[in-house]
Design a protein around this ligand. Structure first.
Ligand SMILES: [Zn+2]
Length: 335
C-alpha cells in the first residue's frame, strides 16, 4: 500500500502538520532540517515530500504514487532529485560544489529541483559555507531537505536558514506496532521496545541472534533463582558469565533482568497489559506470589546499583557475582 501523509502523521503529527499545510497552501519553505533519532520516519517523510513536490497528478496534498515522477522518486533515479551522503566521515566541499553545478543547469524535466542531504551534521565547515550561499539564493523552485540525528552539531548559520522540524521518538505502543508490522513476533517486539526507544536499533535487535539468546539465558536464570536457587549459581557461571562477557553485554543482562522485576511489579499492581515477558506469564505469576511489591522494588534498586557499579569499575563478572549473591541470598527477595 502506498504511503500517505496520514500514515506519516501517526508517527510524527506535529512535524507532518507543518509539511501538509505547506503543500496545501503552496507555501513550502526553501530549506527544511529534519532532526530526530534513528528510525523515527525522517527519510520516509523526505521521500514523501519529494513525491508531493514533483507529482503531476496530486490528489489534494497526496501524491498519486503512480506517475513517472512518483515512480522515479521511489526507485531513486529522478533526474531532479539529488541525495548527498557522507563521503567517508564527512560531506566535503567538492560534493556540495558538484551539487550546485548540477543544479545550475535547468531542471531536466521541470523547473523544480530537490536535494536531500543525509547526516547533515557531517558537513565540513567549508562545505556548509558553500551550501549556505546556495540556500540563501535559491534558484527557481528549489527545495532542500537536510537530515540529522545531531542538530546541535549543525552550524548556526545553516540552522537559521532552515525550518527545523523535530521528529520525536516513537511511543512504546507505536514502536511495538511498527515492529509487528515488520514481521517481528509479539514476544520479541515487546522485549526490544522495553530495551530501546530507537526504532532502527529495535529492528536490528529483534533480528539479532545474540540478543535472542540473551533473552532466553536471562529468563532461564531468573526462573532458576525463583524455583531452584541453589542451581542458579551454576547457571550464572556456565551460561551468564560466558554469554555476557564484557561490560556492554553485562549492561544488557542487567536491563533484561530489570524487565523481569518490572513485570513482577506490574502484576502486583494489576497492570497485566504492561508485562513484557508475556511468554513467561506462569513464572512471573509465581514470582509475584513469592515476593511482595516491596521486595520487587528492592530487586530493582539492587539492579540499578549494579548498573552504576558496572559503569564505575567495569568488571562484568564481579558485578554479576554481586547481583547473583544478593538475589540468591534473598536480599529479602524470594522470602
Ligand atoms: Zn505522482
Amino acid at each position: 500500500m502506498a504511503m500517505t501523509w496520514s500514515d506519516l502523521a501517526k508517527k510524527q503529527p506535529a512535524a507532518m502538520r507543518i509539511l501538509m499545510n505547506g503543500i496545501r497552501n503552496n507555501r513550502l519553505a526553501h530549506a527544511y532540517l529534519f532532526s530526530g533519532g534513528r528510525g523515527v520516519g525522517k527519510r520516509e517523510a523526505a521521500s514523501h515530500l519529494a513525491r508531493a513536490f514533483f507529482c503531476r497528478a496530486r490528489d489534494g496534498i497526496e501524491p498519486c504514487g503512480a506517475c513517472p515522477d512518483c515512480k522515479r522518486i521511489d526507485s531513486g533515479n529522478h533526474p531532479d532529485v539529488v541525495v548527498i551522503q557522507p563521503d567517508g566521515r564527512s560531506i566535503k566541499k567538492p560534493q556540495i560544489a558538484s551539487l550546485i553545478k548540477a543544479f545550475s543547469y535547468k531542471g531536466v524535466e521541470t523547473s523544480k529541483k530537490l536535494f536531500i542531504i543525509e547526516q547533515a551534521d557531517l558537513l565540513t565547515s567549508q562545505a556548509a559555507n558553500s551550501l549556505l550561499k546556495f540556500i540563501e539564493e535559491p534558484q527557481g523552485n528549489t527545495l532542500c531537505i537536510l537530515i540529522t540525528e545531531h542538530s546541535q552539531k549543525i552550524l548556526a548559520t545553516i540552522l537559521s536558514r532552515c525550518q527545523v522540524l523535530h521528529f520525536k521518538p516513537l511511543s512504546k505502543e507505536l514502536l511495538v506496532h511498527h515492529l509487528l508490522e515488520n514481521g517481528v513476533s509479539r514476544v520479541m517486539a515487546k522485549t526490544v521496545s522495553a530495551v530501546t526507544s530507537d526504532a532502527e536499533e529495535a529492528t536490528t535487535l529483534s533480528k539479532d541472534e545474540w540478543f535472542a539468546n540473551s533473552r532466553s539465558i536471562v529468563l532461564h536464570f531468573m526462573e532458576d533463582l525463583l524455583t531452584r536457587p541453589n542451581h542458579a549459581i551454576i547457571t550464572m557461571y556456565e551460561k551468564c558469565a560466558l554469554h555476557f562477557n564484557d561490560s556492554d553485554k553485562m549492561k544488557m543482562m542487567l536491563r533484561l533482568m530489570l524487565i523481569w522485576f518490572r513485570d513482577v511489579m506490574a502484576l502486583h499492581i494489576g497492570q497485566n497489559d504492561n508485562v513484557v515477558y508475556v511468554d513467561r506469564m506462569e513464572s512471573l505469576t509465581e514470582a509475584a506470589e513469592k515476593m511482595t511489591a516491596e521486595q520487587a522494588a528492592c530487586a530493582l534498586s539492587l539492579l540499578m546499583e549494579a548498573q552504576r557499579r558496572l559503569q564505575s569499575n567495569g568488571n562484568p563478572l564481579s558485578v554479576l557475582e554481586y547481583v547473583s549473591l544478593k538475589l540468591q541470598e534473598g536480599a529479602g527477595v524470594y522470602a
